[in-house]
Design a binder for this molecule. Structure first.
Ligand SMILES: O=c1[nH]c(=O)c2[nH]c(=O)[nH]c2[nH]1
Length: 286
């Protein structure tokens, strides 16, 4: 039987790191979850068990903590680029590093007190290879949005299994997962994040929706029109269905005011919006 090793990578998943920056009595907190993944000349470890090419995942975890202590975190994209650049050069056997970071927000409650924000999570995925090629994808997830009107869904294809009644007015709700690809480097990932996020929210709330697909496109289009530093937006939008409850058994009308919020099954609308002249994505989405 002829077989060979296919694509592979290895690393430390979900290194949880909290960094407290002390400015006298006023402290600042950063809370991140870092996953590193390396690839390169890894035939021997898989085929013969020779570990000489393998920088241990334990070392990768230590490096995350040491770099936080030495450099601070800054914007998560910058921290990921720093780590990926280090790993891609650290061993001759390692050719490529992928670093993924999630950041959890905390709200200030006092000089050294914080309350964890329950909502959205900021994300990034950075790739670097030893030839200096790099890609940066920024994003967010768990941004839950709802329009209580301004959404319709009708005119869809019908077959013998279709029972869905057309909706002239419905609740539209989703938990946005968005990732956007930067065309090149940017000096301000923080302000870029805020602008893209605002565009996504404004397009969701401001679009009179005939489908979540139409809203998805509007969200990507708005972000690309406003934020010239990005060239592609990928969106994953679960349709968090809200079904109006039939209150007629209780002698009550229901003018789209009382809903059953179902959690499953849910529609899942996914798509990419990109510039006509977007450069090749290379390894950015891997
Ligand atoms: O916005 C929607 N898109 C669909 O594709 C779809 N399908 C469905 O049953 N409801 C909806 N809503």
């Amino acid at each position: 039987m002829a077989v060979k090793l296919g694509p592979n990578r290895y690393g430390k998943a979900q290194t949880r790191l909290v960094h407290v920056v002390k400015d006298g009595p006023v402290h600042h907190i950063r809370d991140v979850n870092v996953s590193t993944s390396l690839s390169g000349d890894m035939e021997a470890v898989h085929l013969t068990g020779d570990n000489a090419a393998v920088l241990p995942t334990d070392t990768q975890k230590n490096t995350v903590y040491a770099f936080a202590g030495r450099h601070g975190i800054g914007q998560i994209e910058e921290f990921a680029l720093l780590l990926a650049g280090h790993f891609a050069r650290s061993q001759p056997s390692i050719h490529h590093a992928r670093v993924e970071i999630e950041e959890y927000a905390w709200r200030r409650e006092g000089p050294h007190s914080f309350a964890r924000e329950g909502g959205e999570v900021r994300t990034c995925v950075v790739h670097r290879d030893r030839d200096g090629r790099a890609s940066v994808v920024s994003g967010l997830k768990d941004l839950v949005l709802l329009n209580s009107t301004g959404s319709e869904f009708h005119g869809y294809a019908v077959d013998e299994y279709t029972t869905l009644p057309p909706a002239a007015d419905r609740v539209l709700a989703t938990a946005v997962e968005a990732r956007w690809r930067h065309t090149g480097g940017t000096s301000s990932y923080g302000s870029s994040y805020e602008r893209v996020r605002r565009c996504l929210v404004e397009a969701f709330t401001g679009t009179h929706s005939r489908s979540l697909q139409q809203t998805l496109y509007a969200m990507g289009e708005r972000a690309l029109a406003t934020c010239e530093e990005i060239c592609e937006v990928r969106l994953t939008l679960p349709n968090k269905h809200h079904f109006a409850v039939d209150l007629s058994p209780f002698g009550l009308a229901n003018d789209n005011e009382v809903f059953f919020a179902a959690d499953r099954p849910y529609g899942l609308i996914e798509g990419s919006v990109l510039r006509e002249d977007a450069p090749d994505a290379g390894f950015a989405w891997e």
